[in-house]
Ligand binder design. Structure first.
Ligand code: GLV
Length: 307
């Protein structure tokens, strides 16, 4: 009944330390520790080594080290009886909402223009053209719902799109089937969708053509959603007025990518939110203990939906 933590991309030392200091009764190992793999009932992963799950005959729970589980769902070897859980909480939704609000205000208050004005020592007090800001959030899960509430509080008109209708005060909630209507209402699109088969390459010409001309795009979800060439075309033809991208199909974004040089694209290095170890560890240990006594984890990923 032990936990194995594995990642080929993250430094696991702070995680191991946090697990041990939170609950020294729980056995936690990393792959290179000489642990009998039959002991492992919970695998805690972020980009785990290929073939890992096949080596764990008593696996009951897979926990993501973050909010997303696409890195887990991409593995064809997840045993059918295994539950999957992920991290949620204020430590994720708070910084994520702040990041998106920053990106929205950056666009709304034309900070890019003032950077250019500064470089030419231009004092231009012409106010922003008054226009209504209608923010559309694709994906109203824990993160999207938090952003919707905060944007509404800040006075923005907020529209959301999700699989089931959501009740969030003053937020107009559309179903996925109402995508076209949702897209026609907004002039800022914030993408917070999980990476599933149905969202692959969704940010493409087909979708951009349904937006109001000059919509601003913010993607803080996954690069999996993006067709980079279509984003550039939509910026060139004015369908998009700008794009704030935190995620890319290939990360790190290759140096030769033309996204880097595009004046209407703001790039951040998949940094909108970083899991807080001290928030995640108690959640994972609680799930590990629930599964040990035959219960399901409180946050259970739907394996059919993929999130
Ligand atoms: C970050 O991208 C996460 O999924 O937590």
């Amino acid at each position: 009944m032990a936990i194995l933590i594995d990642s080929v991309s993250k430094n696991l030392n702070p995680w191991l330390k946090a697990f041990k200091s939170y609950d020294d009764q729980v056995e936690v190992y990393c792959y290179d520790d000489a642990v009998a793999l039959e002991k492992i009932t919970t695998a805690v992963v972020w980009n785990h080594r290929p073939g890992l799950f096949k080596q764990l005959p008593n696996l009951k729970l897979i926990a993501s080290l973050g909010a997303g589980v696409d890195h887990i769902m991409n593995d064809p070897d997840i045993p059918p009886q295994v539950s999957i859980t992920r991290i949620i909480g204020d430590g994720l939704s708070g910084p994520m909402s702040n990041f998106c609000i920053g990106a929205i205000l950056h666009h709304q208050r034309q900070f890019d223009k003032y950077l250019i004005d500064k470089s030419t020592k231009t004092w231009d007090q012409e106010p922003n053209p008054e226009r209504e800001i209608n923010v559309g959030i694709m994906g109203l899960g824990a993160l999207g719902a938090d952003l919707a509430e905060k944007l509404n509080y800040l006075g923005f008109n907020v529209f959301g799109l999700s699989q089931s209708r959501k009740k969030i005060a003053h937020v107009v909630s559309y179903l996925n089937a109402e995508l076209d209507l949702f897209l026609s209402k907004i002039n800022i699109l914030v993408v917070m969708l999980p990476a599933t088969e149905s969202t692959r390459a969704i940010l493409s010409k087909k979708l951009f053509d349904k937006l109001k001309k000059g919509t601003y795009l913010i993607n803080v979800a996954r690069g999996h959603h993006q067709v980079n060439g279509d984003i550039i075309d939509a910026l060139e033809n004015g369908q998009l007025s700008g794009a704030f991208l935190d995620v890319f199909p290939e990360e790190p974004l290759p140096k030769q990518s033309s996204l880097w040089d595009h004046p209407k694209i703001m790039i951040t290095p998949h940094i909108a939110v970083v899991t807080k170890i001290n928030e995640a560890v108690p959640q994972i240990i609680a799930s590990h203990k629930r599964v040990r006594i035959g219960k399901l984890p409180e946050i259970l990923v739907d394996r059919i939906k993929g999130y």
